[in-house]
Design a protein around this ligand. Structure first.
Ligand code: 5CA
Length: 159
């Protein structure tokens, strides 16, 4: 029998269901806090892991979401050019305040506030992806098309 989801993972499952996505949140025994751990827990390639990273615009102080392949490092210079303002990685407090989730479990949907989103084009190399679902143990499987639909993000080269 499946255990009930924790509150944060349940919030993500609700957002998925409300959006009409058939995705099911899985809470794992093992940690999925980092992309490498997540890939190991579900037995996929690290490139199939969706990292949901929050950046802050240095001018506007606005929060942006960058969904990147687990295999890539985001090039902040390139990202700043794309966003047309200098960007910095957000700190943990800013991440929690803008998304409603803690670092290590930030999902690509269901945030506290709507975030302008950029999607790493490399994620489209894979048929299926795995994204964080609210906690450092929770994930759900999705397609690149689902990711585009649920974030409304712009697909760009980020690495
Ligand atoms: N659950 C996994 C796989 S989906 C996950 O959430 N990975 S992640 O890459 O999207 O989230 C971890 C990221 O959070 C790290 O890559 C790092 O960019 C960021 N991070 C780690 N520690 C901090 C911190 N103290 N403050 C802000 N961001 C942090």
């Amino acid at each position: 029998m499946n255990k009930p989801l924790s509150a944060s993972a349940g919030k993500v499952q609700e957002a998925l269901s409300a959006g009409g996505y058939p995705c099911r949140v899985l809470e794992m025994e093992k940690s999925t806090r980092s992309a490498a751990e997540a890939a190991q827990a579900v037995g996929c390639h690290i490139g199939q892991i969706v990292k949901s990273l929050v950046f802050k615009g240095k001018k506007t102080k606005k929060a942006y979401l960058v969904v990147a392949s687990g295999a890539n490092r985001v090039n902040v210079k390139k990202l700043s050019e794309t966003a047309e303002e200098p960007m910095q990685m957000a700190d943990a407090d800013f991440v929690r305040k803008t998304t409603g989730f803690a670092v290590g479990g930030v999902p690509p949907l269901g945030h506290e506030t709507p975030l302008e989103t950029f999607i790493d084009a490399d994620l489209f190399k894979h048929e299926t992806l795995w994204a964080a679902a609210g906690t450092p143990n929770a994930l759900f499987r999705l397609t690149p098309a689902d990711l585009k639909a649920m974030t409304g993000g712009r697909v760009v080269a980020l690495s």
